[in-house]
Write a protein of this length. Structure first.
Length: 115
């Protein structure tokens, strides 16, 4: 089982990034996918979730309206479009796949918002 994130980087405030996470080794389309983040000195924080078929999404209040989670089951990928970025979103972003008692994590991708 693998989850591989990409798309992170350094961006100026107000900019945008699109994170991607590609899964393999499991039935991607049957898993709920989420994004979490871990900022320095803070606990891991849930960011967004999308149901297995993509019909429902949920977002943390802190990023609602600025981030959009989506998925393409044919590509076994989940995305996080991040707009109007602020320095407070600087963190390592992880994707998570969950179904029943099974949960998998990627290795993370660093997002840094700074001028």
């Amino acid at each position: 089982v693998q989850l591989v994130e990409s798309g992170g980087g350094l961006v100026q405030p107000g900019g945008s990034l699109r994170l991607s996470c590609v899964g393999s080794g499991f039935i991607f389309s049957s898993y709920v996918m989420s994004w979490y983040r871990l900022a320095p000195g803070k606990e891991r924080e849930w960011v967004a979730t999308i149901t297995s078929a993509g019909g429902n999404t949920n977002y943390a209040d802190s990023i609602k309206g600025r981030f959009t989670i989506s998925r393409d089951n044919a590509k076994e990928a989940v995305y996080l479009q991040m707009n109007s970025l602020k320095p407070d979103v600087t963190a390592v972003y992880y994707c998570n796949a969950k179904r029943a008692l099974n949960a998998y994590w990627g290795q993370g991708t660093q997002v840094t918002v700074s001028s």
